[in-house]
Design a protein around this ligand. Sequence first.
Ligand code: ATP
Ligand code: MG
Length: 396
Amino acid sequence: KTFGTSASREVIATLESAGYEAVFVGGSVRDHLLGKTASDFDIATSATPDEVKGQFQTTFDIGIEHGTIVVLLEGEPIEVTTYRSENTNTSTYKKATADVPFVQSLHEDLKRRDFTMNAMALTLNGKLVDPFGGVADLQSRIIKAVDNAEDRFNEDPLRMLRAVRFSSVFGFDIELNTFTAIATKAEKIKQVSIERIKNEMDKIWTGSHSQKAIISLLTTGLADHLPLFPKDPQLLINSSPFVNAWEGWANIMLVGDYSVDKVVKAYKLSKKERFYLIDVRSAFMNRIERIYTNDDYYRFPQEVLVVAEKAFSAFHPEASSLNESEIAHAKAELPIHSKEDLAISGKNLLDWKNQRGGHWVGEWISKIESAILHGNVQNEVDDIKEWFLNEYTSEK
Ligand code: ATP
Ligand code: MG
């Protein structure tokens, strides 16, 4: 069985027949050796970005300041990066320049990578290039910096968080020297842009070994320099592993009792993430007061209810709590699931009252929804009409 997709193999073959060197590098080689299927196949080459562009019809300059060209072949975007050495980038990648001093050798390129397991290459005909013992470290399940760990972390402090990320994803231990270097340099994580930090933390939250990773954040001291990270993370550990990254952010918020906007601002979360956090916070507040009502089951999406419930039981291990399928069942049992399920619409209300539209229509639709959810009225046109006219007059 050959490695890579047909498009990525063709990119390498094309570069090779034009006289350049080109190999698979990084995550895809690592994942292959771990027996996992990689999602993307990054390529490193001796060709300069301009030379890469000359070989293919459709290319994009995304990341060209780091020497990366995206080649689009058979509908697949493939990142092709010119061999570089560490001094081709700044410590934070923030101020990358266009005049990157590219290097001629693959070995130099591999040397500037973060961990031994990420510093391997695979040629088109299947030859593995592993100058730093990546295979051995994969077998011993350790995350080990290439060469001198302190140097690697000085060059780019984000790598410290990447070490924790890989331990979350693979469950590997961080090798002792590498770990000690992180503990020594932890404070430098503050030099890294929050976007890059957030990106790694998203992956920490979703790793199946996130509990181990959260403990590593604490024991290395990285946690002390990450915004809003809880001092006592036991509650965070109790609610992990997380089903997705959003759940991680929700738990940062709930465990620290921070407002939605505090978390959103600290980590530059997206609008969608913000709306999700708003929902989780209100579901959680409701849950603290009482078990979920039909209004909660109706109003909040399943994943919000599950996350709020999980956080609740992390806070109150003594209280009985509902599991995912019990929540799904309660939701399924609702007489209506959205406004679309209502037997009536605003137009019925206008007809029945023979009155102009206004705020009152929306308000009464909500009251009707609630009455149906609480079993006070059936979701049938005649029943709703009778209930509505009755309530409307008695409210006057
Ligand atoms: P993933 O499976 O998440 O894509 P990955 O190892 O491929 O993991 P990427 O961020 O896609 O991670 O980076 C691809 C490769 O580039 C890495 O395997 C590593 O060799 C190198 N790399 C990425 N970021 C850094 C960094 N901050 N410092 C050094 N090398 C890096
Ligand atoms: Mg990758």
